[in-house]
Design a protein around this ligand. Structure first.
Ligand code: ZN
Length: 391
C-alpha cells in the first residue's frame, strides 16, 4: 500500500502542527470510508459519471457552439472536454459569453447555465449519500468519516489549513458536525467570515492561523447569469456566517427534496446558478475579485505551513493556477525553523503525481500510494484509535 520514504503520521516523520492540506477530487470521492453498514461508496460522482447523465440537448448545443465559435476548445471534441477537461471547458464557455456576436454570446450563457446547473444538481443529489438513513426521530446520520476525521483533527490543531479544489459541501458539513461541540473549528469559522466579509464589501482582519479555503467555488455560493442584470456574474452567498442546524439535516436533505432549487437573483429575480470557478482567464471582474481573495489567502496558508499534503489531486499540467499558487507559496519561508519544507502526495497513483509535481515545483515531493481511506486507517492504527462507529 505504501511507498515513498516515510509516511506522514508515522513516528519517524513529523506530522506537524503547521500542515497545509490541498484536496483534489479524490478526497471527496473517498470521503465516506469503509463504512460496514453501507459499504464503500462514493458520495461525490466522478466527472465521467457526471457526464454520462448529461442531457443530450446540452451536448447538442455545446457541439453547435463549438462549430460556430472562433475561440478554440481546449480538447479535440466536446466529449473529451466535458469528461477530462471540465474546468478548461467552463473557461472556454465563459470566453464565448463575451463574444461580440450576440447569438453566440447568448447561446454560450444558456449552455453555461445548463451545464453548471447539471453539475451542481448531480453533485447535490449524490452528496446526500454522505448521510445515512437512520430512522427514528433524528432521521439521518452524517457518515463521511474521512472528512469527519479531517475536520476533527483541524479542531485539535487550529494551525492546520485545508485548501480544497472541490466545490461540493461534504467537508463543510463535516465541519458543521464537529461544530456541534461548540465552538466550531477556527478554520471553518474563518472561511465563513471571509466569504461573509467579502460579499458585504468589508475587509476581514488577516488570519494568522489555519484556514479552510474553497478556491474553485462552492455549491452554496451563487451568481446570476442574466447578461442584462447589473449583478451579472457577481458571486453572492445566501446564508452568511449563520450556523446550520445540522440536527435538522436541512443542509443536505433540502437538496435531496429539490436538487434543482437555486435562489433567485435579488436584482432581476431570475434563477441563479452555483459558483463553479475553475482555473481560467475568462472570469468576470467580480469573479476575479473573489478568486484573487481566495487564492491570496491560500498562498498565505501554504506559505505558513512547513508540511504540505496533496491528497487526491492529480496535479494535471493544465492547472497552471494551482501550480503557480504552490510555486508562489514555496518562496515564503515557513515560520518554524525546519531545514526545508516537506511536500507529500497521497493518492493511489501518488508516485507518478509526485514525479510530475517535483518537476513543476523544482522541489522534492514524497509520495504515499494509498487512498484517503487507507491513509486515515494507517494514521488511526499508529495512534491506536479505532474508527468511530455509527451507533
Ligand atoms: Zn440578476
Amino acid at each position: 500500500m505504501l511507498a515513498g520514504s516515510r509516511l506522514p503520521g508515522s513516528r519517524d516523520h513529523r506530522f506537524t502542527t503547521d500542515t497545509c492540506w490541498l484536496l483534489g477530487a479524490g478526497a471527496s470521492l473517498d470521503a465516506i470510508g469503509p463504512n460496514e453498514e453501507i459499504g464503500v461508496r462514493r458520495c461525490v460522482p466522478l466527472t465521467v459519471d457526471l457526464m454520462r447523465e448529461i442531457q443530450p440537448n446540452i451536448v447538442k448545443r455545446l457541439k453547435r457552439l463549438h462549430r460556430r465559435a472562433n475561440v478554440p476548445l481546449p480538447a479535440t471534441d466536446i466529449h473529451e472536454a466535458l469528461t477530462y477537461k471540465l474546468g478548461p471547458c467552463i473557461d472556454w464557455l465563459k470566453a464565448l459569453c463575451n463574444e461580440r456576436n450576440p447569438t453566440i454570446a447568448n447561446d454560450a450563457i444558456l449552455c453555461l447555465q445548463d451545464l453548471v446547473r447539471h453539475i451542481a444538481s448531480e453533485i447535490k443529489d449524490d452528496q446526500v449519500e454522505a448521510t445515512l438513513a437512520h430512522g427514528g426521530s433524528q432521521g439521518f446520520i452524517f457518515c463521511a468519516e474521512n472528512y469527519l476525521w479531517l475536520a476533527s483533527s483541524c479542531f485539535h490543531t487550529p494551525r492546520w489549513s485545508v485548501i480544497t479544489l472541490n466545490y461540493d459541501t461534504v467537508l463543510d458539513r463535516a465541519f458543521e458536525e464537529i461544530g456541534l461541540r461548540d465552538p466550531r473549528t477556527s478554520q471553518y469559522d474563518s472561511w465563513r467570515e471571509l466569504v461573509e466579509a467579502h460579499f458585504a464589501n468589508k475587509r476581514m482582519s488577516p488570519v494568522k492561523i489555519g484556514m479552510y479555503l474553497k478556491i474553485h467555488g462552492s455549491l452554496d455560493i451563487y451568481e446570476c447569469l442574466n447578461p442584462q442584470c447589473k449583478l451579472f456574474r457577481s458571486p453572492f452567498n445566501t446564508r452568511g456566517n449563520e450556523r446550520v442546524n445540522v440536527l435538522k439535516s436541512g443542509f443536505f436533505i433540502e437538496s435531496l427534496a429539490s436538487p434543482d432549487a437555486a435562489p433567485h437573483c435579488t436584482s432581476c429575480n431570475r434563477e441563479t446558478v452555483e459558483l463553479i470557478l475553475p482555473p481560467g482567464h475568462n472570469n468576470s471582474q467580480e469573479e476575479t475579485a473573489f478568486h484573487d481573495l481566495v487564492y491570496g489567502e491560500a498562498e498565505q496558508a501554504l506559505g505558513r505551513a512547513d508540511t504540505w499534503i496533496v491528497l487526491g489531486y492529480s496535479c494535471p499540467d493544465y492547472d497552471v493556477d494551482v501550480m503557480n499558487l504552490m510555486k508562489g507559496a514555496l518562496k515564503q519561508k515557513p515560520p518554524t525553523p525546519q531545514p526545508d519544507r516537506s511536500i507529500w502526495v497521497v493518492a493511489p497513483d501518488a508516485d507518478s503525481v509526485a514525479h510530475r509535481l517535483t518537476q513543476h515545483l523544482q522541489h522534492y515531493v514524497g509520495f504515499v500510494k494509498s487512498s484517503f481511506t487507507e491513509f486515515v486507517d494507517q494514521i488511526l492504527q499508529i495512534k491506536g484509535i479505532e474508527r468511530p462507529g455509527l451507533a
